[in-house]
Design a protein around this ligand. Structure first.
Ligand SMILES: Nc1ncnc2c1ncn2[C@@H]1O[C@H](COP(=O)(O)OP(=O)(O)OP(=O)(O)O)[C@@H](O)[C@H]1O
Ligand SMILES: [Mg+2]
Length: 250
């Protein structure tokens, strides 16, 4: 099966930075999987995600999406962003409309969908994310977890084939977390590829079907959770043994 994304020797340095954020990053991201992207602060997770939907462009190297090189034309980016939805690390970067309903409508209306189809999608996404009671609320008048779910609903309303969720769980309580995992499972059952940036061992162990470990802008590991968790020297080399000291596999 063609990988959903292929990064080949991708280099990227943020404006004004002397160090690279992606430093010759090469990885094949398998299609249709539940992928945990792990790596300490500054390892390049968000920068990687923002390359996946074309918000950043490699300064060197190439990215393929479903086997085709990314196109950075207006039409190319429009098509890409329709298929690749991203829930930003900070929901305040994502929510900008007067109300939650308007915010979720923004993507579908922008795609040129009818008002009726947009309303249907808003309702469906809001139901999935359990925020129908918040649709008329101003986006700034939400709690952190509600904001995260509203941001997620905005992405789902686009009906993307890939969902990138950047530390989505950090503002969310354990109950809402369960809801989010249920949503992610439903998406996965429908063939959606999901990438989730996380530091959580239980997510890697029980949720993910594939894990990518980033270290200083490169990929230190890409494979199954078992391959990673059963390899003590790899856990040591990637510094994961320091935070995942409770790893015990049967
Ligand atoms: N907008 C920016 N301007 C300048 N440097 C940036 C910017 N965003 C990220 N960086 C730098 O790029 C590197 C990678 O950052 P990135 O945000 O991709 O890491 P991350 O793995 O998402 O970290 P975190 O776990 O803290 O979210 C870091 O050194 C960071 O300081
Ligand atoms: Mg980040």
């Amino acid at each position: 099966m063609t990988p959903v994304f292929e990064f080949a020797d991708v280099w990227f340095r943020h404006n004004g930075q002397s160090d690279c954020a992606l430093c010759g990053l090469t990885v094949s991201i398998p299609s249709g999987e539940k992928i945990a992207v792990v790596g300490r602060n500054g390892s390049g997770k968000s920068t990687l995600f923002l390359h996946c939907n074309g918000l950043y462009r490699p300064q060197q190297g190439q990215i393929r999406f479903n086997g085709e090189p990314l196109s950075y034309t207006r039409a190319g980016l429009r098509q890409l962003r329709q298929r690749v939805g991203i829930v930003f690390q900070n929901p305040d970067d994502q929510l900008f409309s007067a109300s939650v309903a308007q915010d979720i409508s923004f993507g579908p209306l922008n795609l040129g969908l009818s008002q009726a189809e947009t309303t249907r999608r808003v309702q469906q996404a809001a139901e999935l994310c359990a925020i129908t009671h918040l649709l008329d609320r101003p986006t700034h008048a939400l709690s952190g977890g509600e904001k995260a779910r509203a941001a997620m609903a905005g992405v789902l309303a686009m009906e993307p084939s890939v969902v990138l969720a950047d530390e989505l769980l950090s503002a969310i309580d354990p109950w809402a977390r369960l809801d989010i995992f249920e949503i992610l499972q439903t998406l996965h059952d429908h063939g959606t590829t999901i990438l989730l940036a996380t530091h959580d061992l239980s997510v890697v162990r029980y949720w993910a079907t594939h894990v990518i470990v980033l270290q200083r802008g490169t990929v230190a590991f890409s494979g199954t959770p078992q391959q990673l968790l059963r390899n003590p020297s790899l856990l040591e080399a990637t510094e994961l043994s320091k935070i995942w000291w409770t790893v015990e596999l049967d």
